[in-house]
Design a protein around this ligand. Structure first.
Ligand SMILES: [Zn+2]
Length: 141
């Protein structure tokens, strides 16, 4: 496996090779340095996009509100949702719940969330499945 870091000594070595008029060797070494640079460039680009992904998730988590059953997203004065707690906790995806007469329904995991009148909390109204795996921070390739 190729070492991904550019060897700083290679720059000096190129200079020495040119000074000793070993131009062919110097040119070959420059090609190697260029390849190393390109590798680092793409690695850097990938890391930047992963950082952006994580920071987007953190931004989102900051404006998420859990009402005991469902998630709502509050941005300034805008509130959207509700979103399915099971799908978000398990898959990290936001599925908007469909409103029915007496409950909310998730078309993805098919969990039902009873509508609770304000001020009343019913501890029996929990989603069917309740597990909480860690958040997926990076997309799977
Ligand atoms: Zn769901």
């Amino acid at each position: 496996m190729r070492n991904k870091t550019i060897h700083a000594t290679n720059f000096r070595k190129v200079l020495e090779l040119f000074r000793e008029e070993r131009n062919e060797e110097a040119i070959n070494l420059l090609k190697i340095i260029q390849e190393d640079y390109l590798d680092l460039y793409s690695e850097n680009k990938e890391l930047r996009s992963q950082i952006k992904e994580v920071s987007d998730i953190l931004d989102l988590a900051e404006c998420m509100d859990f009402d005991g059953q469902k998630y709502w997203i509050k941005e300034d004065s805008d509130v959207t949702g509700p979103y399915c707690q099971v799908c978000y906790d398990q898959e990290g995806i936001l599925i908007r719940l469909q409103e029915r007469d007496k409950h909310w329904e998730c078309y993805s995991c098919e969990n039902l969330f009873a509508k609770i009148p304000k001020g009343v909390t019913d501890k029996n109204q929990k989603p069917k499945r309740k597990t909480k795996p860690p958040l997926k921070l990076f997309s799977v390739k």
